[in-house]
Design a binder for this molecule. Structure first.
Ligand SMILES: NC(=O)c1ccc[n+]([C@@H]2O[C@H](COP(=O)([O-])OP(=O)(O)OC[C@H]3O[C@@H](n4cnc5c(N)ncnc54)[C@H](O)[C@@H]3O)[C@@H](O)[C@H]2O)c1
Length: 287
């Protein structure tokens, strides 16, 4: 029997009729009527998050320095594009003017430092200029993104801020000291934002995601091509208990959970997405 007050979905209704199956209601899209801004959304993890949010009914704004890729993805998804350098306060002021209210902000844009400079990036030889550049994008960008989000969520008194940190924000990375330091600071700032919003009586949640090796264009460049590509890939994840890279869709699934009401009681939390890497230590004696 069909209950007129329930959304079954047209295709679902037709399928159930012809296949003689019991009727089940259509699940509601998890981000229906929500707006979401995703920094660094033109490619990689940010692009996967944009796709999954659109699929769940959100109005998505892809914010990136890469205008060409960002606009192309936005038009494929039916999303909006905004040119934003996350380290620029003036750019964030333009975002605030264009989008004074928002429900979800994902601070995802990030750099390792290796994109423009081969290094060294270790604590003894890294230049102060490189150190500042990595912190400007990763940490200043996240600080400015959180500040914008709180103001843009205040009117409704609710929202979700998701900061993409890293496994490198939990452990030391001798060869990428600035990257690790910036990601560790994002982890801590997430908790300050969460507590501040709670103190203010706002239902604005702020959580961080800590991925380990996720196969994105960032890694493709490091892995390179050639017949031994798969061997090199396997070597890179040899210490990961699950023995593989994570996928961008796996990160997007956690971001979706944190953005939605499924995570209504989560704030100031950190989610590790690392194939078991942080569960133990390869330095442990014995197996
Ligand atoms: N891929 C991984 O293994 C991995 C692991 C842990 C954490 N992360 C983090 O996830 C996030 C996304 O990583 P990814 O692998 O998708 O990277 P990516 O390099 O594939 O994509 C990064 C995106 O950010 C944009 N961007 C760079 N600088 C920007 C700026 N100043 N302002 C606005 N946009 C900017 C780029 O144009 C690009 O679209 C980063 O914060 C990264 O540190 C990635």
């Amino acid at each position: 029997m069909v209950d007129a007050s329930v959304n079954y979905g047209f295709c679902n209704l037709v399928l159930c009729y012809y296949l003689d199956l019991p009727l089940s209601p259509c699940p509601m899209p998890k981000l229906k009527d929500k707006s979401a801004l995703i920094t660094g959304g033109a490619r990689g993890i940010g692009a996967a998050i944009a796709k999954s949010f659109v699929a769940e009914g959100a109005a998505v704004i892809i914010a990136d320095v890469d205008v060409e890729e960002g606009k192309a993805l936005a038009s494929t998804l039916g999303a909006a594009f905004f040119k934003l350098d996350v380290s620029s306060e003036a750019d964030w002021e333009r975002v605030a003017l264009a989008h004074p209210a928002i429900d979800i902000v994902v601070n995802n844009a990030g750099i390792t430092g290796f994109e423009d400079s081969p290094g060294p990036h270790d604590p003894e030889h890294a230049s102060l200029k490189e150190w500042h550049r990595v912190h400007a994008v990763n940490l200043d960008g996240t600080f400015l993104g959180c500040r914008y989000a709180i103001k843009a969520m205040r009117a409704k008194g609710a929202g979700s801020i998701i900061n993409i940190s890293s496994r490198s924000g939990i452990v030391g990375i001798p060869g990428a000291a600035a990257y690790a330091s910036s990601k560790a600071a994002i982890r801590n700032h997430t908790k300050s934002v969460a507590l501040y919003c709670a103190q203010q009586g706002l239902n604005i949640r702020c959580n961080s995601i800590h991925p380990a090796a996720i196969l994105t264009p960032m890694w493709e460049a490091l892995i390179g091509d050639g017949p031994d590509k798969e061997v090199r890939k396997a070597r890179m994840v040899a210490d990961t208990p699950l023995k593989r890279f994570g996928t961008v869709e796996e990160v997007a699934a956690i971001a979706l959970m944190l953005a939605s009401d499924d995570a209504a009681y989560m704030t100031g939390s950190e989610v590790h997405l690392d194939g078991g890497l942080l569960a133990g230590s390869s330095a442990s004696p014995g197996d």
